[in-house]
Every structure is written in C-alpha cells, then in structure tokens.
Design a protein around this ligand. Structure first.
Ligand SMILES: N[C@@H](CCC(=O)N[C@@H](CS)C(=O)NCC(=O)O)C(=O)O
Length: 343
C-alpha cells in the first residue's frame, strides 16, 4: 500500500490530470461499470495492435476478451488504453486501467517496488538483437557488436539487460533511446542505429513493418528471460485470482482438448475433470467462489478458444509471424505452459 502512495507521488507530474483512485475491489467495480479497462501497447502486431478496421487484435488483446467473458459473460466489453513502456505502470497504479496486458516482463523489482502483481505468463520470451545486414555486413553474433549504436525503448527491461550484457562482455556501445515504438522502428529503418533490441518476438513483429524485411537478421543470442504476462495491482487478491485462473483455464482447456468449436459438446463429457473445469458438476462452486458464474470457463473458451488457439491465430502458424510454440508449448509437449489444477 505504502509503495502505491509513493509511486502515485512520483508519477504525480505525469498523471495528475487523469489519476483516478484505484478501486479497492476491482472485480466489483468492473461489474458495476460493465466494462474492463485494459492497458495494451501502442501497436505491436500479433500481441496488441489495431487492424485495418481499427479493431484491436492480438494475443494480449484476446486475453482482455477472455477476462471480459469471464467477468461479464461478454468478450466485447473491453475498453483499450494504448500505453507506452514508460507510462504503463503508472496507469495501472492510478486505477486508469484494471489490467495491464502488454508484453510486460515479470520481474522481482516490479513486484517488490511498484506495488504490482503478475498473474501468469502468457508468453515466454527472451531479449534479442536485430541488425541491418546491408549496414553492418558480416555480423552473425552479438559479440561482434563493438562500437554499435543500438535503438531501444526507455522503461523496458531491454534497456537494462543490454547494458548488463555489453558490460559483462566488455563491448562498447551507444544506446539511442526512444519512448515510442514507432519512433524507434523508424530511426532503425532510416539507419540511425546499427542494431535494434527488444523481446525476440517483437523483433520478428517489427521486422515485418520495415522497408526491406529481408535485409534484417535476428542474431542467435538470447540475453535474458522475458516471461511476459498480465499484471494487476497488489492488495486486491480477489481480482488477482480472477485474472490468474482465467489464464489457467485457457491452458487447461488446451490440455483437455477443449476448443472454441467443441466446448458446448464438452459440457456433456463423461470425464469428471472436464466437467469440473466447465462448471458442469452438480453443486459446482469454483466459479461462484471466485465471484464469477459457475460456467465462466465455458464463456471464456467460447469467446477466444483455448491457449493454443489464441497462440496460433495471433502469432503462430495462422499468423504472419509464424512463431513456433517452443517454450510456450504445453508442459505435456516439452514446453512450460502448465495450469494449476481445477480441483
Ligand atoms: N517486455 C519488456 C517490454 C517490451 C516492450 O515494451 N517493448 C517495446 C518495444 S522496444 C514495445 O513493445 N513497445 C510498445 C509500445 O511502446 O507501445 C518489458 O516488460 O520491459
């Protein structure tokens, strides 16, 4: 609580005009206003970006739809708030948003010092580097980047990891720091930097929007762990539980083979574990104990499908990014996605 006041003071200059008191019971306040305020990025195709019709799309956006379906029984009741890396935490602290679903890395200092809490890992990422092969020819490893200028966004883990990595490897470099992703990408594309660094998934996404994507090479080094996922304020355990178990429901549904197309049919499954997840057991109380409907998982899966469906549609094989499941496969398939038991 103390840290929230401190942060509000520190952030006061930035958000004095918009700062609302953060609700004490976020779940109750969302039900009362009938909508979910979701903080997303200012535009990262595959994760959160508007399409040509101006609609928000992406893995992080689908998570907002999932939470809206869980709480309000309707995935469309989401109000989006695009936030830069720099202002995202203040927006959550001040109560401007109910949830931050924006490629935010789960770190100790963000939970220790910012009064925030992570609810799960929607995507296991790691930081990488991209170079313009026409500008810096022959570079095949980050270790060859001595003297390079590097475009990076302020307020990101990437800014800090890069400094650590180059220091540890005794490599001189010059950071060129931006607040807006569009500015950073434009500067890199215009040749102001030799290197662009970010979470590796973002490098693939950014490369698609460059003038000549084929000229740009993502180097093999991954220099950090970037487990990114939804964030809420500390001190509101009921809300944290709702967000956390919505995430687990998506992963568990994939493990049970429950999809957007078959969820209605699965309600009649003879498997008691599936019946329990979908709230179909006689006297089911898990959903209502969370403050939701007993069949909230049915609403979630009907709205967005299971975790694997969300992944493939937005960043996997059905998307331009074509990212492999890798570490984001289910634990049963050699990955790290693992839901705690619905029991
Ligand atoms: N995972 C990193 C952040 C990654 C990130 O925010 N990357 C920048 C690009 S370098 C971005 O996506 N920005 C989107 C925006 O500013 O809206 C963190 O939590 O600090």
């Amino acid at each position: 609580m103390k840290s929230r006041f401190l942060l509000a003071l520190l952030g006061g200059a930035v958000c004095a005009a918009t700062a609302a008191a953060a609700p004490v019971d976020t779940l109750q306040s969302i039900k009362a206003k009938g909508s979910l305020a979701c903080g997303v990025s200012t535009g990262n195709p595959g994760f959160s970006a508007t399409d040509d019709k101006g609609e928000w799309k992406g893995l992080d956006v689908d998570f907002c739809h999932a939470v809206s379906a869980a709480v309000l029984g309707d995935p469309s009741k989401v109000k989006y708030n695009p936030l830069s890396s720099k202002v995202r935490f203040t927006a959550l602290q001040s109560g401007e948003i109910d949830i931050l679903s924006r490629q935010t890395t789960w770190t100790a200092s963000r939970e220790a010092g910012l009064g925030l809490m992570f609810a799960g890992v929607m995507y296991y990422d790691g930081q990488g580097f991209m170079v313009n092969s026409k500008k810096v020819s022959g570079v095949t490893s980050a270790k060859q980047l001595s003297g390079a200028t590097v475009c990076v966004l302020t307020g990101t883990t990437g800014e800090l990891n890069m400094a650590d990595y180059f220091k540890a490897n005794k490599i001189e470099f010059s950071p060129v720091v931006f607040e807006k992703i569009e500015e950073a990408k434009a500067a890199y594309d215009a040749g102001r930097c030799d290197v662009y660094t970010d979470d590796q998934s973002n490098l693939y996404s950014a490369r698609l929007s460059l003038a000549a994507p084929a000229d740009h090479v993502v180097l093999p080094e991954i220099i950090s762990k970037e487990p990114v996922g939804p964030v809420v304020r500390q001190g509101d355990d009921r809300w944290l539980n709702v967000v956390k178990w919505t995430y687990f429901a998506l992963v568990q549904a994939e493990e049970f083979g429950i999809t957007q197309a078959n969820v209605e049919e699965m309600k009649n499954s003879s498997n008691p574990e599936i019946k329990r997840l979908l709230g179909q057991e006689a006297g089911a109380t898990i959903g209502t104990d969370f403050g939701l409907s007993s069949d909230f998982v049915v609403n979630v899966i009907k709205a967005v499908g299971n975790y694997g469906e969300i992944f493939e549609r937005n960043i996997g094989q059905q998307s331009p990014l074509k990212i492999e499941r890798g570490k984001n496969a289910l634990w049963t398939q050699g990955g790290l996605q693992y839901a705690m038991p619905f029991r």
